[in-house]
Design a binder for this molecule. Structure first.
Ligand SMILES: [Zn+2]
Length: 123
C-alpha cells in the first residue's frame, strides 16, 4: 500500500507547515498533527516500517523481523483478551474492546503473509 506512505508523508508536511506558520499550540497545527499521527499509524498497521514514513539516508534493517515482531505482539494481545473477555472467542471478536485488537491482528497477519509470499515469489 504505497498510498499509505504517501498519505503519511503528505500529512507530516502539512503539519510541519502549520507549525512553522502558526506555532505548535495553534488548533490547525494540533489537528494536522493528529491527522499525521493517524496516517502514520495506518501505514504502520499495514506493515510499513517507521523508516518508510520518515525517509532516512542510512540503511535500515529488513522489514521481516520488525513485522513479525508486531504480528506476534498483536497475536499475544488478542489471545490474552480473548482468554479473559468472556464474550470474545479466540476466533471471533464480540465486544467493543476486542474488535480493534482482532482487526489489528488480521491486518498484521495479512501483511506478514503477503511479505512471505513476495519473498518466496509465490504471490
Ligand atoms: Zn472481548
Amino acid at each position: 500500500m504505497p498510498h499509505r506512505i504517501r498519505a503519511a508523508r503528505a500529512a507530516q508536511r502539512y503539519a510541519v507547515r502549520a507549525i512553522s506558520a502558526h506555532g505548535l499550540a495553534h488548533p490547525l497545527s494540533l489537528a494536522l498533527l493528529a491527522a499525521a499521527s493517524t496516517a502514520a499509524a495506518r501505514a504502520w498497521d499495514r506493515g510499513h516500517r517507521v523508516a518508510d514514513t520518515h525517509p532516512h539516508p542510512y540503511r535500515e534493517p529488513p522489514v521481516a523481523a520488525d513485522l513479525h515482531t508486531r504480528y506476534m505482539a498483536a497475536h499475544r494481545t488478542w489471545a490474552d483478551h480473548a482468554a479473559d473477555c468472556g464474550t470474545c472467542t479466540t476466533t471471533q471478536p464480540n465486544c467493543p474492546d476486542g474488535a480493534p485488537l482482532w482487526e489489528r491482528l488480521v491486518r498484521l497477519q495479512d501483511a506478514y503473509l503477503t511479505h512471505l509470499r513476495n519473498k518466496k515469489g509465490t504471490s
